[in-house]
Write a protein that binds this ligand. Structure first.
Ligand code: ATP
Ligand code: MG
Length: 190
């Protein structure tokens, strides 16, 4: 499979659909949120830095994030395609990703944007707070994450459009329907 960038607001289902895509096409998966949470759990230096930002709903600085991403990418087996989940989140990260892949003679492949209304997003994140107890899934931090998303991440959608690789999928109330649409699309491009 080609590389896939999965893009969307907090709670849009990036992790959920990534797992389904990995199960169907057998590719690598990088979730920057999971990488950071595991660093926090292990009490590493990086984890200590990341925690301050995550608990406040802020993004980890680009320079640090780009470095983590390249290391994680290089540790995966080459040639299978990778799904990037939660990265890039800023224009600087997107430019860095493009450059990092080009240096390895790889490309970004395609971008999948998950479009979900904010009422659904909020309900999902509040529900996840109960089920998974993630420290940043409380109403105050969620609001901050939405703000950060609109300001810093959403403009990237146009950047991908200009790159000619943006494909949008809109939530219509059913996970199976959305997944079916994504698979139907991916089946045509692999
Ligand atoms: P979901 O996974 O449900 O779509 P989400 O996008 O809010 O929700 P994660 O992707 O797990 O969750 O990210 C959690 C937090 O980790 C972010 O709010 C941010 O602080 C930090 N983070 C993750 N990826 C990046 C990144 N590429 N750049 C900067 N910070 C990041
Ligand atoms: Mg996630």
């Amino acid at each position: 499979m080609k590389n896939i960038i999965i893009f969307g607001a907090p709670g849009s289902g990036k992790g959920t659909y990534s797992d389904e895509i990995v199960a169907r096409y057998g590719m690598g998966h990088i979730s920057t949120g999971d990488v950071l949470r595991s660093e926090i759990k292990n009490g590493t230096e990086l984890g200590k830095i990341a925690k301050g930002y995550i608990d406040n709903g802020q993004l980890i600085p680009d320079e640090l994030m780009i470095d983590i991403l390249a290391k994680t990418y290089d540790a995966l087996p080459a040639g299978q395609g990778v799904i990037f989940d939660g990265f890039p989140r800023t224009i600087a990260q997107a430019e860095a990703l493009k450059k990092m892949l080009a240096a390895r003679k790889h490309d970004m492949g395609i971008m999948i944007e998950l479009i979900v209304d904010e009422e659904t997003l909020l309900a999902r994140l509040l529900n996840r707070a109960i089920e998974q107890g993630r420290a940043d899934d409380n109403e105050e931090t969620i609001k901050k994450r939405f703000e950060v998303y609109h300001k810093q991440t959403e403009p990237l959608s146009k950047w991908f459009e200009q790159e000619g690789i943006r494909n949008t999928f809109t939530w219509k109330g059913s996970k199976d329907v959305m997944l079916g649409e994504i698979f139907a699309f991916l089946d045509t491009i692999k």
